[in-house]
Design a protein around this ligand. Structure first.
Ligand SMILES: [Ca+2]
Length: 341
């Protein structure tokens, strides 16, 4: 700004007096166009990483998986699996019927990315804490709307306590015993709905936490939606089970709009003056020159909006009482006029 002011002072000390003549040409929104230059998206059915009894982690999945190329795909990219199964040693962590995952996205002015998962009949083994007839997640990102994600659980229940049969006789009624506890799950859980639970195993207790509709913003700005995320705290089983992950993101660039700025230079009687030299100086000191036509008209093309400019008029034959105008350009105008003496 100091440089800007110095430029003004250098132009004409007298004109400092006319600083009050600041043309705020419009308070309209700055026109700008945005383009989605890249999309990102992926989805998978389930993924397990768990260590048992302090051992190294074993992994299952992620499967099935899809990934969107950066250039996008207008046609959904899908993958399916007929069943899901994640078993480590004696422990069944996940089982299901058919799984479908999908991702699609397009670049350009209306660019967007959408990913989704759908998993049927979770807990076909009957040995797991989480049961649902269907579990689905979706994730959508575009340049014009906030990223959004959601999870739908159909007929969902979570066994938060599998009951304690201390003497192993098949009932939960002996001294110190308690029966299993199961809770119904919401169809559309709020983001990061968390429910803690535990299982009794041979006199020990293993703890877990289920997070439904888990939503995570990634360092690249994309959004990850995990339909369900089981955190296994041990002490026997330690790790993570993720079911139904959708991820989506867009990269957009905004280009400032440019407009034309012009006007007319006349005598006090309104006659156009030719060959008047107009200098348009931006805040960085860049100068552009235009010259009036036979009838006194001039214009500059491609003037970037949202900027402040100094416009001065100079003529070999005429003088100007007000040779300088400060312009805040927010829209196209052809009304920046000068009147010579
Ligand atoms: Ca018992």
């Amino acid at each position: 700004m100091r440089k800007f002011l110095a430029t003004i002072i250098a132009l004409n000390r007298v004109t400092i007096l006319f600083f009050g003549i600041v043309f705020s040409l419009a308070a309209f929104n700055v026109i700008a166009s945005a383009q989605v230059t890249a999309v990102s998206g992926s989805a998978y059915g389930y993924s397990l990483s768990v260590g048992l009894f302090g051992g190294p982690p074993s992994t299952r999945g992620p499967i099935p998986t899809v990934t969107l190329p950066a250039g996008g795909s207008a046609v959904p990219i899908t993958a399916t699996a007929p069943t899901g199964s994640a078993i480590v040693g004696p422990a069944i962590f996940f089982s299901s019927g058919p799984i479908t995952v999908s991702t699609q996205g397009t670049i350009g002015a209306t660019g967007a990315a959408t990913s989704s998962t759908s998993i049927t009949n979770i807990n076909t083994s009957g040995a797991e804490a989480f049961t649902a007839s269907n579990l689905a997640s979706t994730c959508t990102a575009s340049q014009n709307t906030p990223r959004s994600g959601s999870t739908t659980i159909t007929n969902g229940t979570l066994m938060t306590d599998n009951g304690n049969d201390i003497n192993g006789d098949g009932d939960f009624t002996d001294p110190g015993e308690h029966p299993p506890v199961t809770v119904a799950l919401p169809v559309n859980p709020a983001p990061n709905t968390s429910i803690d639970g535990h299982i009794h195993v041979n006199g020990a207790q293993d703890n877990f936490r289920y997070i439904f509709n888990e939503q995570i913003t990634n360092p690249d700005g994309s959004l990850t939606v995990n339909a369900a995320h089981e955190r296994l705290f041990g002490p026997i089983a330690v790790g993570d089970l993720i079911i139904g992950q959708s991820r989506c993101g867009v990269t957009a660039v905004t280009t400032a709009a440019t407009v034309a700025v012009g006007g007319r230079v006349t005598t006090p009687s309104g006659r156009g003056i030719r060959n008047v030299r107009l200098s348009l100086t931006d805040s960085l000191g860049n100068v552009r020159i235009a010259t009036t036509t036979t009838f006194g008209y001039y214009h500059f093309d491609d003037v970037q909006v949202g900027e402040t400019y100094i416009l001065t008029a100079a003529s070999k034959r005429y003088t100007f009482t007000h040779p300088l105008q400060v312009l805040n350009i927010n829209e196209e105008t052809y009304q920046v006029n000068f009147i010579a003496n």
